[in-house]
Ligand binder design. Structure first.
Ligand SMILES: [Zn+2]
Length: 891
């Protein structure tokens, strides 16, 4: 025993495996038993032993290890280890040999077995119902570090190898893996499926799915066979995703000037999946809700989501799979780029969706997360593999893609595209670090990209740029923006863009120091613009109309605070509709953040919001709605007695758009109108608008009579479900029961998702408690429980917190440390806005925190404290309730 411990000790506590040997090729044979939910396997790993060593150290977790043997390729001598030790904490398998293995090639053979787990990671089981009978299929989710749960391996992205996979599965099932099937052999009711050997790839991209599916397929112009696998009888629902995937392959092949690297691409929707989708090489696995599309039952919003998700996953086949991050520190290279590229591709396929404007919602959520003290840099040190999951967050995805957008717009499309293509060719089949990409961009563009970008990726946070105009001199000052209201220490190289009076009069420069100035006389004196105005021609009129917008189209990852005069001029420009949609979005979002940080009053924010009431742009209005929701959450705690007036004011602001759009879709209307109708009707239902509630309930009754009623489209159903739940109490639960029946009989995952999202919206805490128990019951698939958390009412938050505490052990057991786990915390804690509650949450988790969610928990608690401060600030604006009452009555 003592000896074993000392063997393990020398390899413990290290972020990465010792480089004693490197895998070149895995020959992996898995035998699946879907009745016993277990598997056995043999892996033969072709190894290059780097130096003479008595140890081999690799990763394994929750596997039983059988026979182990090492064969030296030079002399074919076989040796067995004297000790085989697993360490659960560091997730390593140490093989100790009596005599040192020589430097050179060899083959390590390991027999092992394990259980198909219920935690949606590693090789796991997914339950589904077939002819009334509950059965299991098997699927994999290896990213970030769960390949080691399926077979012993060197489970790090930089240790790429070729994979030859063989599966023993029940005869009647479909078996899929990264590569095409080479051959099949039958043996009674079992078939052995041999897949072709893969090119060099990382372990986290290996994938296997075994189940029962129907499929549709197409071939691209380049001869790549693309197949989409759907639940039996639902292959029609895969046609839209198939169309998108084929377009994506053609588009990326052109954009990167590198062909799709594998002979086929499969996409499969499985009944249980933790994330939205996973980009496994040649075999993308989806949650059903994010791949299956039904022309009648799916909303416009879902169609867009399915497109963006597919574009993202296919982009990874290049960005991530062909060129892979060297270590998890560079995860953002995968995620930031796939996200950015997915918008580029979606914009190309559906230009009328204007997704680049919608992309600002992404930027905004990155800005929000990164204004927390407990944020982290884009490039973050990973000291234990288990902590990787936490950085699949708004910093890696949203901030990552936003700083790429900033760089791309600074360098220009053509140079950026050419650089990406060079990068892709140079690092194909290999790994790259962030600095490798910067080097290529620097070479191609002649701009010092490394210096510029390291200020954005190596430090957390971002700047607030304060702007003053003195004569024709614009003065800038940068300071780190934090929602806590404190100023951080950071300093950035900021690409500043600005325009004066029109988008034709622009200037750009890099602000490299804390303060800077720029003379903009030339913009003032430029001969004319779209208004025909210049200061020389008509100084008075010019003075009245001129406006200055910094960060044109919001392409930079920073916020702007204007001096009062500039701010007032800008508001006039918004009213006159001179300002673009992205800029309107940015002005509101920045003001909202400044208000949260205590740098601006709530009354000034509310006045600004009134200016947006005539706006019709989808992204601008949905941001306006988001701001409304956030204000209600804190105002509810500041002045509970007048929160209904506040809601009424928001109803007044949104009413003109709601009336313009109506409830029913118009054939051939723009996609963005459909999206906006959905958002506005939900907001009005949430704010308790009587007229909306009456309409909603009438239409809901019609749905009860006829599931295909023309009175309630898929796009407005959610508003009706909110209205139903806002009217539900223990004493009045008829419509709630009806909604549950619709859930139980629903044939599409999307309808189920829609209902789950709003079940907890009731103002009655007892109903909220009942709903949470329902979410955790067998009636809701494990993966779907999270949908219910987002919609918990403010009135139900204490009940939800109690439920979370009472069910903590259940949650921990069932969801362990997976992707879904953090939703339990973040969504429920986010409902609070007092320091007392923050203390209570901290106390509860004091001895319950694990590495897997420590950072997310701290971020959640910090957000509660930020809101608590905001509540205090609002309380000090004593005239607010009266102002809000006036705004509400004014209509
Ligand atoms: Zn991704």
């Amino acid at each position: 025993m003592e000896k074993k411990q000392s063997i393990i000790d020398q390899f413990k506590g290290q972020a990465r495996l010792p480089r004693l040997a490197a895998p070149r090729r895995y020959d992996l044979h898995l035998k699946l038993d879907l009745v016993a939910c277990s598997f056995t396997g043999v892996v033969r790993v072709g190894l290059a032993v780097a130096e003479a060593t008595k140890f081999l150290v690799l990763n394994a977790l929750e596997l039983a290890i059988g026979d182990v043997c090492f064969a030296d390729s030079a002399d074919q001598k076989k040796v067995r280890p004297c000790d085989v030790v697993m360490d659960d904490e560091d997730e390593i398998l140490v093989l100790a040999f009596d005599e040192a293995l020589g430097c050179g090639e060899g083959v390590l053979t390991v027999e092992f077995s394990g259980m198909l787990n219920a935690h949606l990671k590693g090789l796991y089981k997914c339950a589904y119902v077939d002819g009334g009978e509950k059965k299991y299929m098997a699927a994999t989710q290896f990213e970030a570090v769960d390949a080691r749960r399926c077979f012993p391996c060197w489970d790090e992205p930089a240790l790429k190898a070729a994979f030859q996979i063989t599966l023993d599965v029940p005869l009647e099932l479909t078996a899929l893996s990264n590569m095409p099937i080479l051959k099949e052999k039958l043996n009674g009711d079992i078939k052995t499926v041999y897949f072709e050997e893969s090119p060099m790839m990382s372990t986290y991209l290996v994938a296997v799915v075994v189940g029962s599916f129907d499929s549709v397929e197409e071939t691209t112009a380049d001869g790549i066979r693309v197949r989409v696998y759907c639940p039996p009888g639902k292959s029609d629902n895969g046609k839209f995703a198939l169309h998108v995937a084929v377009k994506a392959l053609e588009l990326y092949t052109r954009y990167f000037s590198v062909p799709y690297p594998l002979p086929k691409l499969d996409m499969v929707a499985v009944p249980e999946f933790a994330g939205g989708a996973m980009e496994n090489y040649g075999l993308i696995i989806y949650r059903e809700n994010d791949m299956l599309h039904d022309e009648l039952q799916s909303t416009a919003a879902k169609k867009q989501r399915i497109t963006v998700v597919a574009m993202h996953e296919v982009a990874h086949q290049w960005f991530g799979n062909l060129v892979t991050m060297e270590w998890w520190t560079h995860l953002w290279l995968n995620e930031g780029f796939a996200t950015w590229v997915s918008y580029m591709a979606t914009d190309n396929l559906f230009p009328e969706w204007k997704v680049w404007t919608q992309f600002l919602q992404y930027t905004a959520s990155g800005l929000h997360m990164d204004s927390l003290e407990k944020s982290h840099p884009i490039e973050v040190e990973i000291i234990h593999a288990r902590a990787v999951l936490e950085i699949f967050d708004a910093i890696s995805y949203e901030k990552g893609s936003a700083v790429i957008q900033m760089l791309q717009s600074y360098l220009g499309d053509a140079i950026f595209q050419k650089s990406l293509s060079s990068y892709m060719k140079r690092y194909a089949w290999k790994n790259a670090k962030t600095e490798d990409l910067w080097s290529v961009l620097t070479e191609e563009s002649g701009v010092e990209v490394t210096n510029l970008m390291e200020t954005w990726t190596k430090q957390k946070g971002y700047p607030l740029i304060s702007v003053n105009l003195n004569g024709h001199i614009l003065a800038f000052e940068q300071s780190q923006f934090l929602l806590s209201g404190l100023a951080g220490e950071g300093l950035w190289i900021v690409p500043i863009t600005l325009c004066l009076g029109s988008y034709e009069r622009q200037k750009k420069f890099l602000l490299k120091t804390r303060c800077g100035e720029i003379d903009i006389s030339d913009l003032f004196n430029s001969p004319s613009d779209c208004l025909g105005l210049s200061e020389e021609n008509d100084p008075e009129k010019f003075k009245e109309h001129f406006w200055i917008k910094i960060n044109i189209y919001q392409s930079g990852f920073y916020r702007v605070k204007y001096e009062d005069k500039l701010a007032t001029q800008l508001i006039k420009a918004i009213e006159s509709n001179y300002v673009s949609a992205p800029d309107k979005f940015g002005i509101l979002d920045d003001t909202h953040a400044l208000c949260q940080a205590g740098k601006q009053s709530l009354s000034s924010l509310l006045t600004l919001m009134g200016v947006y009431r005539k706006d019709i742009d989808y992204t601008v209005v949905s941001n306006l709605i988001e701001v409304c929701y956030n204000i209600v959450k804190v105002y509810y705690d500041a002045f509970p007695d007048s929160v209904d007036y506040l809601r009424q004011y928001f109803i007044n602001i949104l009413r003109p758009s709601a009336e313009r759009l109506g409830w029913e879709s118009v054939s051939g209307e723009p996609h963005l109108n459909v999206l906006l109708r959905g958002e506005i009707s939900m907001a009005l239902a949430s704010f308790g608008d009587e007229k909306t509630h009456e309409d909603a309930i009438r239409r809901f009754k019609s749905l009860l009579m006829d599931r295909n009623t023309p009175l309630l489209s898929a796009d407005t159903k959610r508003a009706a479900y909110i209205a139903v739940m806002r009217k539900t109490t223990v004493a009045s639960r008829n419509y709630f029961e009806s909604l549950l029946s619709i859930y139980r009989e629903a044939d599409t995952v999307q309808e189920k998702e829609r209902i789950l999202r709003h079940l907890a919206a009731s103002p009655d805490p007892d109903i909220v408690m009942e709903v949470l128990n329902f979410l955790a019951s067998d009636e809701v698939r494990d993966q779907d429980i999270i949908y219910g958390f987002r919609g918990i009412s403010l009135e139900g938050r204490e009940a939800a917190w109690k439920w979370l505490k009472d069910h903590w052990d259940f949650i921990l057991n069932k969801y362990g440390t997976g992707l879904l786990f953090t939703n339990f915390l973040t969504d429920i804690i986010a409902l609070f806005s007092s320091n007392e509650k923050a203390d209570e949450v901290e106390a509860f988790f004091a001895n319950r925190t694990t590495l897997a969610f420590a950072m997310n928990l701290k971020q959640s608690i910090e957000q509660v404290r930020i809101k608590a401060r905001w509540v205090q600030n609002i309380k000090q604006e004593e005239s607010l309730p009266e102002l809000i009452k006036q705004l509400a009555i004014k209509g």
